[in-house]
Design a protein around this ligand. Structure first.
Ligand SMILES: [Zn+2]
Ligand SMILES: [Zn+2]
Length: 333
């Protein structure tokens, strides 16, 4: 053994001794193994924030940096890979000195300071779906919030999503903080998003006997994907009755959203101008119900909650009036 090797080996032995004393002192960290090849620890913050950290000594250590491997049953793969790279860079700053305790403490602090690590892979997938230059994703680690702006042409929503401490067991809380859609659509988006989040963590009320046992799912990505879909789709949607854009191209054009130009969303989710829907609903046949020309589903809308019989009578009455009018006109001729 050369003297250089002897020095390195002595340094490693001394570090392993200090690791055995120092690691158990770090909050939430358990020492699993400390041998000349590696040090293995487990960090437990919550049920969904737990990792196993392995620090591997390379030949020449401590004159070369530690290599860190991080594994977790709960945190995402991309996040763990990224964190391991950050650890390697962190270890490089301590070349020539003991590195293990520093790295384990670093990982423990990193998880505390980045509560959004529980949904890191979901965030990365969401970023992949938002390709437009105007869309934005901002992470607010201090308040455990994800802030997203989704745009389509002149329309946008700004969305604030709070990730609770015991996520994904408890659902994400979505809040549409700013937008320029008609208010009824914002209310609708918000209600549907909240319901989607709830369904991710609460078992269905009516359980079918053959359903597998319910397991709570992460709710961030489904909620954001739903809202991305809404924002990308609705500004371009046409009223299938008149084939014009349902929403005005310019969201600030308020006169185009009032009165007969008002837009209505029916049960199936398609948009129609109120005036077009009126015409459609008040024209026979009535007996079979009224169907959406876009998807063929029956149209339910609170404004048209009258029975086929009433509609039939109203139509007959209108026709009778029309005939009377025509007769008068004939008479005048
Ligand atoms: Zn129309
Ligand atoms: Zn429809």
């Amino acid at each position: 053994m050369t003297s250089e090797h002897a020095t390195q080996s002595a340094a490693l032995s001394a570090e392993l001794e200090s690791v055995k004393i120092e690691i158990p002192k770090i909050q939430d960290v358990k020492l699993v193994a400390a041998v000349p090849q590696l040090v293995r620890t487990e960090i437990y913050k919550t049920e969904h924030k737990q990792v196993a950290v392995t620090c591997l000594f390379q030949p020449g250590y401590p004159e070369v940096h530690l290599v860190t491997e991080i594994k977790s049953k709960t945190l995402g793969y991309k996040f763990l890979e990224g964190l391991a790279k950050i650890c390697d860079n962190e270890a490089k700053k301590h070349i020539g000195k003991p590195q293990v305790v520093h790295i384990v403490q670093f990982v423990s602090n990193f998880i505390d300071e980045n509560p959004l690590c529980v949904c890191a892979d979901e965030i990365s997938n969401i970023k992949g779906k938002l390709s437009l230059a105007n869309d934005e994703v901002k992470l607010k680690q201090k308040t455990s919030q994800v802030v997203i702006k989704i745009c389509q042409e002149e329309y946008f929503i700004s969305l604030k999503l709070t990730i609770p401490d015991d996520y994904p067991l408890t659902q994400v809380v979505p809040d549409i903080s700013e937008h320029n859609f008609p208010e009824f659509l914002r209310i609708n988006f918000q209600a549907q998003a909240t319901e989607l989040a709830r369904q991710c963590v609460q078992p269905p009320l009516k359980k079918k006997p053959k359903d597998p046992p319910f397991v709570p799912k992460p709710s961030l990505q489904p909620v954001v994907e739903y809202l991305i879909d809404c924002v990308k789709k609705y500004p371009l949607e046409t009223c299938r009755l008149c084939h014009e854009r349902a929403l005005p191209v310019d969201p600030t054009n308020e006169s185009a959203t009032r009165g007969k130009h008002r837009v209505e969303k029916v049960y199936c989710g398609h948009l129609f101008h109120l005036i077009c829907l009126h015409k459609h609903m008040k024209t026979p046949p009535f007996s079979e119900g009224k169907f959406c020309p876009a998807c063929g589903k029956q149209i339910f809308h609170e404004k048209f909650k009258v029975s086929a019989k009433v509609l039939e009578d109203r139509w007959a009455h209108k026709q009778a009036k029309q005939r009377e009018l025509e007769e008068v006109v004939d008479f005048l001729d």
